[in-house]
Ligand binder design. Structure first.
Ligand code: UDP
Length: 327
């Protein structure tokens, strides 16, 4: 029987590369696509020798052409950290809007099922906690996060419009904070920031008083949830994340303990529009997909710490924000 063919955009990124691995494992023919602005080919270089893996270096904000049949499209290309939004705001807007439009057109022409990576950022700085899918959010369109949040909200809207107007099969996953091997050490997000600082013997930079909360999901759990959502018949947005909520101060203390650093937390100003609380309501994922996270934070953090420790020293010491392909 011919293999199912799947296009994964953002294939060289953190989540995209784990998705490539998963679908290769399930014996799909995987076509990875990435323009390598924030992605890193090292995340997928082990796949290049496989006959059921192909890679295109392409920016999906421009017209996308893929020869042959496609059964599924997963759109995971996007900058995804607050520092990225500040550095490349226009690309962030374009990949979520123009990129999504191009891929929806491709999905239509191939009669493929399309799953888009949305985000808890559609809830903005939420006034309800935990956030159920029905919550409409509290987003500042013109703040520093607006370029990401609004691109993702537009992405959901256009995806739903292709579903209702063209009858396209679509799936929308709202991803909450996720961590694990292959995160960029210098992407500015709290987990790589704290672990990088601990490895370099620097103070851990806690923003604000650290009372803001997040809920961290280990990458393997997230990928399993996405896999199940893709193959379900559920067409409304679905939260996938770990509801184990923690303050950033407590999280910093956990990293200090894990790494054994003799450094402390220091407080820096809180960035504009930093959400005060975030925790997914996963009632739907549990009842519809039979999914819930399995990896505890202590286990997931250990694996992730080992990964960061194993990186070349030069990379650990190179703390300033840069994209790998511009180094
Ligand atoms: N944060 C922090 N120190 C850092 C980086 C981030 O205290 O060096 C905080 C940030 O202000 C936010 C939380 O950690 O409240 C998570 O930030 P991240 O950028 O990882 O993701 P977000 O959930 O805000 O998109």
């Amino acid at each position: 029987m011919a293999r199912n063919r799947i296009l994964i955009t953002g294939a060289a990124g953190f989540l995209g590369s784990h998705l490539c691995d998963r679908f290769i494992k399930e014996d799909y023919h995987v076509i990875g696509m990435d323009n390598l602005i924030t992605g890193d080919l090292r995340n997928i270089e082990h796949l290049f020798k496989l006959e059921n893996f192909e890679f295109y270096n392409h920016d999906v904000s421009k017209f996308v052409y893929v020869p042959g049949e496609l059964n599924y499209i997963l759109h995971f290309a996007s900058p995804a950290s607050p520092i990225d939004y500040l550095k490349i705001p226009i690309q962030t807007l374009k990949v979520g809007s123009l990129g999504t439009h191009n891929l929806l057109g491709l999905a239509r022409s191939k009669n493929a099922r399309m799953l888009i990576a949305s985000t808890s950022e559609v809830y903005g700085d939420p006034n309800v906690n935990p956030q159920p899918e029905e919550y409409w959010g509290n987003v500042n369109p013109v703040g520093p996060r607006g370029v990401y949040d609004e691109a993702k909200r537009f992405q959901e809207a256009i995806t739903m419009a292709y579903h209702t107007f063209h009858g396209l099969e679509t799936r929308i996953v709202r991803i909450f904070n996720t961590y694990g091997p292959r995160m960029r050490l210098n992407d500015g997000r709290v987990l790589p920031a704290f672990i990088g600082q601990a490895l370099r013997g620097e103070s851990l930079t806690m923003f604000g008083d650290g009372s803001q909360t997040r809920s961290f999901c280990y990458v393997d759990d997230l990928i399993e949830g996405i896999y199940r959502l893709l193959h379900s018949d559920y067409e409304q947005p679905m939260n996938i994340g770990n509801p184990d909520e923690i303050t950033i101060r407590q999280f910093g203390e956990e990293i200090i303990k894990l790494t054994g650093t003799d450094q402390q937390l220091i407080s820096l100003p809180l960035p504009t529009d930093d959400p005060k609380q975030r925790r997914p309501d996963i009632t739907k994922a549990k009842s519809i997909l039979g999914w819930e996270p399995k990896v505890s934070r202590s286990d997931g953090l250990k694996i992730t710490y080992e990964y960061f420790k194993s990186l070349p020293e030069k990379e650990i010491l190179h703390k300033d924000f840069t994209y790998y392909n511009k180094n």
